[in-house]
Design a protein around this ligand. Structure first.
Ligand code: ATP
Ligand code: FE
Length: 379
């Protein structure tokens, strides 16, 4: 079966048609980076207006690319209903609800963060020979690093997630965007990508920055201090510094941020291993009473998803860490790490395959919507 997915939760208007075997039949995206570049962040009202202006065209382009003439030709429609900017979410969901009702199609209300995570399962399937066993089965650990989130998730199944670490302040993508601006980069094509490219010209050793919370033994993240450290350093540079000095700072920011990810991941993996051995030692019958331990399954893979997972250094460093731990690392192809319609269509397919769908009528958007309960993690 084929599904049309629609995404308008932040600053990308995106749509795609995906088939249940994972084939991407058509996609289209209208990015708003250039609209928001001059404002220092996404301006919700401008974003909503741009979504409203683009959504019909983007959906039409995705359908046309799939060789379809209208939404009547797909089998179901999925749309991101949260979390995200409320007034932006409403644009996509109203459009999807209208299409689903007009054409009498099943409707799936998609969780944006679940869609980021599940994207890796589509990528793994696409890379495998047809008919082969599932390449990325549940359960797995997921590091979600995006513009609005930085979370470590135990992914036990579709719709079954637990948060075992999250940021105390900024998301990593947000920190990338802010640091890109601090360094005066052109963020019209996205702050993270601009900073990554600029950092390649610098040498972190010339301006080392401390790894956040290096002495704190837990799975929480923090990027605000690192961002402030960059601001302070830039302020001390004569006239904002030379390009070479700023590139050194960009490289140092990246190195410290990624070292922080690595350290938190090591703690998370240690905690998971400890929970599992506690579980193995517990007398039969006890395990069910111990909520945390009982539900930490054996993990075979790490999924890195969200916009920052497009970053080559993040992929390389975390890939090496996984190898060290005997874990397979899965990341979507870079262009499918940032928001897109494919991940929404695929998340809908995963839910439909389990027999789940939602009532289009009366569907509300959810600006705040945790993907799962937070487990207490102590080391
Ligand atoms: P969320 O998914 O949490 O709601 P979002 O949808 O805005 O937030 P994404 O689209 O997943 O976030 O990712 C966008 C973020 O990814 C931006 O903050 C951007 O700076 C960052 N990003 C994109 N490419 C790169 C890169 N190459 N290196 C680092 N960061 C990047
Ligand atoms: Fe996103």
């Amino acid at each position: 079966f084929t599904v049309l997915g629609i995404e308008t939760s932040c600053d990308d208007t995106a749509a795609a048609v995906v088939r249940s075997d994972g084939a991407i039949l058509g996609e289209s995206i209208a990015k708003q980076d250039a609209i928001h570049a001059q404002w220092g962040g996404v301006v919700p009202g401008l974003a909503r207006d741009a979504h409203a202006a683009a959504v019909g065209r983007v959906v039409g382009e995705a359908l046309a690319a799939a060789g379809l003439s209208s939404a009547a030709d797909v089998d179901a429609i999925g749309v991101t209903v949260g979390p995200g900017l409320e007034i932006c979410l409403r644009v996509g969901s109203a459009h999807a609800i209208e299409l689903a009702q007009r054409h009498g199609k099943p409707f799936v209300a998609v969780h944006h963060l679940e869609a980021h995570c599940l994207m890796a399962r589509l990528a793994a399937r696409a890379a495998a020979p047809p008919g082969s066993a599932e390449q990325l089965p549940f359960p797995f650990l997921s590091l979600l690093v995006s513009g609005g989130h930085c979370q470590l998730l135990l992914c036990r199944g579709v719709g079954d997630y637990a948060i075992i670490g999250s940021t105390l302040d900024d998301a990593l993508g947000e920190a990338y965007d802010k640091v890109a601006r601090l360094l005066g980069l052109d963020v019209g094509g996205g702050g993270g990508a601009a900073l990554e490219a600029f950092a390649r010209r610098g040498n972190a050793a010339n301006a080392p920055l401390p790894v956040p919370m290096a002495r704190r033994k837990d799975t929480s993240f923090s990027f605000a201090g690192l961002k402030t450290a960059v601001r302070t350093r830039v302020g001390k540079l004569d006239g904002g510094g030379s390009e070479a000095e700023r590139a050194d700072l960009a490289a140092a920011f990246q190195l410290a941020a990624i070292a922080h990810l690595e350290q938190r991941l090591r703690y998370a993996l240690r905690w998971c291993a400890e929970q599992r051995s506690a579980q193995a030692d517990a007398p039969i019958g006890d395990a069910a009473d111990n909520d945390g331990a009982a539900r930490v399954p054996p993990l075979s893979a790490l999924v890195v998803s969200g916009g920052v997972a497009a970053n080559a250094l993040v992929r390389a460093r975390l890939g090496a860490l996984c190898e060290e731990h005997g874990l397979a690392m899965h990341t979507p192809p870079p262009r499918l790490c940032t928001d897109n319609g494919v991940m929404v269509a695929w998340a809908a397919i995963e839910r439909l395959a389990l027999g789940h769908s939602d009532q289009a009528e009366g569907t509300e958007v959810r600006a705040r919507w945790p993907l799962g309960a937070a487990l207490e993690v102590t080391l």
